[in-house]
Design a protein around this ligand. Structure first.
Ligand SMILES: *Cc1c(COP(=O)(O)O)cnc(C)c1O
Length: 224
């Protein structure tokens, strides 16, 4: 099936309250354009450099989401245009995003990435660390960021029960964070679910799914 057919098929299956992020990492601009022409406006990338290049080449009404691990020294390259940073896993990164957002006269939306997977390789903070950040005085001073929810990645496994438990865990953590009330925090988004597990994620409370290969086809990596 074509990109637009895949996209329409997935969109038709999503409940209204779930936002689709089309993950275009490693895919050429022409593929993004095909999805754009089919109506998609939200795209996710996991490398800042690649996102910057695509942002420059493509229509400016696209919302770019950074879904990968973010290095502090690279935040400045995307601060002028990024619309949501999913993978914020420490306070120093929030401070840097705040600083760069301020330079650009913007407020940048962020999600706190929570580690829900059993594997060591997945980034993220614990629920306790998230609570510490949201309740801290320092956090309330970051007026150029807005934390709008949480993001998580389940373990890469065929064991559906485990994946389901991890998704339910993220939903519970999200619910527990709702009690924190500061001007730069409004818990609305639970970003969880990818091509292989998004229907399960939605049944566990996801409000935003990040789908790549089911839209654009398998990725071919030549390095890393
Ligand atoms: C690549 C990626 C996705 C999309 O993965 P697919 O299995 O291709 O849908 C989602 N989230 C993150 C963080 C990713 O890096």
């Amino acid at each position: 099936m074509s990109i637009s057919e895949n996209l329409n098929h997935i969109k038709a299956s999503l409940p209204n309250h779930v936002t689709l992020v089309a993950v275009s990492k490693t895919k050429p601009v022409s593929d993004v354009m095909e999805a754009y022409q089919a109506g998609q406006r939200i795209f996710g990338e996991n490398k800042i450099q690649e996102m910057v290049e695509k942002h420059e080449a493509l229509p400016k009404d696209i919302e770019w989401h950074m879904i990968g691990h973010v290095q502090r020294n690279k935040v400045k390259y995307m601060a002028s245009f990024v619309s949501l940073i999913h993978g914020v896993d420490n306070f120093k990164l929030l401070e840097e995003i705040n600083k760069q957002a301020k330079k650009n006269n913007r407020v940048i939306n962020c999600l706190l990435q929570i580690k829900i997977a059993a594997e060591d390789s997945k980034f993220g903070m614990s629920a306790i660390e998230a609570q510490k950040i949201l309740s801290s005085e320092e956090f309330t001073r970051l007026t150029n960021i807005h934390v709008t929810g949480v993001m998580g990645m389940a373990t890469f496994t065929n064991n559906n029960d485990q994946v389901k438990m991890e998704f339910q865990n993220l939903k519970n953590i999200f619910d527990s964070l709702k009690s924190y009330q500061t001007a730069n925090f409004s818990p609305k988004i639970i970003s969880m679910g990818m091509s292989g597990d998004y229907p399960l994620a939605i049944s566990c409370g996801s409000t935003m799914v990040r789908v790549g290969s089911s839209i654009f086809g398998a990725r071919h990596y030549y390095h890393n």
